[in-house]
Structures are given as structure tokens and as C-alpha cells.
Write a protein that binds this ligand. Sequence first.
Ligand SMILES: [Zn+2]
Length: 192
Amino acid sequence: MSSKKAVKKPETKTKQRCDDCGKPVDMTMQISAPGSKPGAKLCADCFEKRGKKIASEIIRNGRERLSTHVELLPVSLTTEELLARSDRLANIESEISAEDERHAQMKAELKAGMTRLVSERSRLAVIVSQKSEPRNVEVAVYQVPNSHSVEIVRLDFNQIVRTREMTKEELQMVLPLGELGAANSGGDDPAA
Ligand SMILES: [Zn+2]
């Protein structure tokens, strides 16, 4: 191939690399033409190829080129690219599974958060309407005189909360030893 044909701007630096083929050459040429990036430094062969290409494309089958733009079109993969895509395809299945799991977990967390809020709202609504809330209050257990019953008395207001039968342990504390057996087997408050 001729290296003189399309020369526009010879450069004299030694061993530059051609932008198209990467070949080290003594001299590169800059190409400037419509549809070509300005300033590409090419070896003589590539310069000629580009020149021919450009020339052939400005007028193609007798049609004048009006403009250029970019479109998404199928391009064959190199072996390396094909390998990379295949690897990615193999890996993506497990990534999808992991993502699915993450979604399920997040959904569960969101649902738990909502349940917590709804439950707190119900609890507060009751408290506000009753103007009171359950708290731990110290209470005392008193024997009802001449009975096997006790009264549970809250100590903050000295009020009876409820009465109930004595437990075995409480009976042991108040009964003479001889009567304990009868009280245990009888069950219900024989002395009341
Ligand atoms: Zn080249």
C-alpha cells in the first residue's frame, strides 16, 4: 500500500503508535474529515483505510449523507466478551436469590414495625380513655379474721384489690398443727 497517497500532516517523531492498529511507526498522520474524530494519529495503512472509508461513506450508492447519529444495533462479541457475559449469567442466578431473600426479610421487618405501632396505638387509646395505666404497685396480704380467706390490699391507697382463699402455705402460718391435715384435704374454707 502507498504511504504517500493520503498524507495530510506528516509527523517526524520516531516510534509513535497508530491509533487504529497500535503498530509502532516512525511517522503518523493526522486525519481530519467529516464523520471522523479530528486528530487521530494513524499509520500509513490505517490512514489510507480510513480515508477510503470516509470517502465511500459521504456518498453511498449515490446518496448524500445528511447527518450521523448513534443507534443500538447488534454487534458480534469477541471470545473474551462472550466468556465474560457467560460468567455473569452464571452468577446472576444466585444474586437474584439473595436479593429475593433480602426483600422478604425487609418486608417482614416492615410488617413487624407496623404491628408494633398499631399495638402501641391501641394500648395508648385505652390508657387515655381510662386515664390510668397498669403499673407495679406494692400490695399486702391480710387474713380476714376468723376465716381462711385473705384480702389483697394495695398499699399506695390502702384499698382492697380482691379477696381469695388462703394458700396451703398461708394456712400453715395461721392454723394450729393439728388442723392442717383437715384443711389440706378439705380444700374449701371449712371455718368460714
Ligand atoms: Zn495503523
